[in-house]
Design a protein around this ligand. Sequence first.
Ligand SMILES: [Zn+2]
Length: 348
Amino acid sequence: MKHLSLLLLNILMVAITLQGQTPFVFANKSISPGTKATFRLPITDGTDSTFIPISVFHGRQDGPVLGITAGVHGYEYPPIIAAQHIAQELDPAGMSGTVILVQIANIPSFLGRSPFTNPMDGKNLNRSFPGAAAGSITERIAHTITEQVITRSDYFIDMHGGDAPEDLRPYSAYYTSTAFPEASEKGKAMAKSMGFDHVVIFNIPEERVKERSLYCSQEAFHRQIPAVDIECGRLGIAGEYEITRIRDAIFSVLRHLEILEGNPIEVPGQLMVPVRKTFKSPQTGVFYPLKKGGDYVAKGMKVGYINDFFGNHLEDIFAITDGIIMYMIGTPPVQKGETLISIGVLEE
Ligand SMILES: [Zn+2]
């Protein structure tokens, strides 16, 4: 009898070794190799309550942990819908490593159809990292994502698109800083592997990495985790092209990280965008854009104009540099001092 149980133990050990993976523990739940699990992490400040829907895919084989967030801005729909597709398509049986996918980080913003902010406390989740355990509801969401997702990740991706008024050109972006050369290089390789034809560089000064991160992916970078953003989608619209582009970007970076087998997408002539120049609105009123996100402009070109509330012309708006419009306001309301246009200056 004793021999039999030893034999069984041996078979079990061999089986675990063959699988090459131990279970992944997330939110007190053990996830077996080759399986996935879903979670609703509760968030409450005693008055308001919400939750964060998260899927964890634990590969059959050993490998890195990739954290992904969608819906940090709940009105930016393409990443949220792409995350739904990824949740259904990604098969942990064929994976080497683990993916923690935050399906919608900001449920109150999503269900409340609220651009930029969480209607429960009026705060912007992407200006609230690393968050606070005893803070407002948005700060608690940030804290939970920091502790449960970012600190568990070897690589990190935050997915956004143009919010309600933002006419945006799709791109991937990575953080780089002389403070963290290794995380910078790995982030650059990730961003380039995602199949976008423009890659924006977020250059972080050395002193800045010691301060509060504020941004979700920047929190990962401050912890020396290679960190990448996706920006894909315009005006909050859940466009099929943008949804597919984001889905393809994630499967491509999973191949780059060798979590999935196969080759990442290669983009001949991929352009790097090291500098973005922004222009703030000189007036409050009604904006008429004459260009769109993605248009190339030359310095001095008229890109739009602003009228007052009675239809009288106030001011023409001109491009402040040569480059490509990465983002501009695409809907009529405009307030003095807010960013009207952001032009990417391309690498020579
Ligand atoms: Zn966003």
